[in-house]
Design a protein around this ligand. Sequence first.
Ligand SMILES: [Zn+2]
Length: 242
Amino acid sequence: MLEMIEKLLVLQERDRQIRRVQAELAHIEPERQVLKARASDAQGGVERARQKAKEIESHRKELELEVAAKKQMIDRYANQQLQTRKNEEYRALAHEIEMCKEAIFKIEDQEIELMEQAEANQKETVKAARVESETTKLADDQIADLTTREQNLKRELAELEASREELAAAVDDSAHARYDRLIKSKGENVVVGVQHGVCGGCHMRLPAQILVTCQAQQELVSCTNCGRILYYTRDMALTVPE
Ligand SMILES: [Zn+2]
């Protein structure tokens, strides 16, 4: 094989490795954000449960105050009953007292309901706290793993890039420039084998003269269709089998 082709193939392989490592690195930060969001969702669950407990408690206190106010009213009406001599007024006050007592019953029903809610919410809080601690621990572990992976990939990338510079320096300037131009326009597969008489990049049939020049292995040959650099090795059939 032409020595320049060999060098270009090594360079092309190194560039593939660099792109693979760069692609892996690009995934790290989004993955980290997903893990952080998961942990913060779990924390939100605990905060919501705690907030609800506060709301239930303050509602319960309001109801207690209402009961106390109704009881004061009952005392006042009872006092007024003692002082009145009019039957009609006495009955009206008795009616007011009855209304207050009914109101207190209703409030007490609400209090019982709130206590049940508080109990259920307490269980939710315990569960949410457990989920939070498990999720946070898992996320922390996974984030630590990601950071280790990121460091390893960065080290690998630095090594690959250093070695790429050495490889590129060994390729002569015009071939290097041709290779770089092709990489920009065609992507990562620009030094391609001839397979059954077609270009390994664009898969178009190559003219006979190109195949002969390619087989002679004296110079860099380009595909007449796509411009990729062609090479021939003995294990590649040069022409389409009949
Ligand atoms: Zn081609």
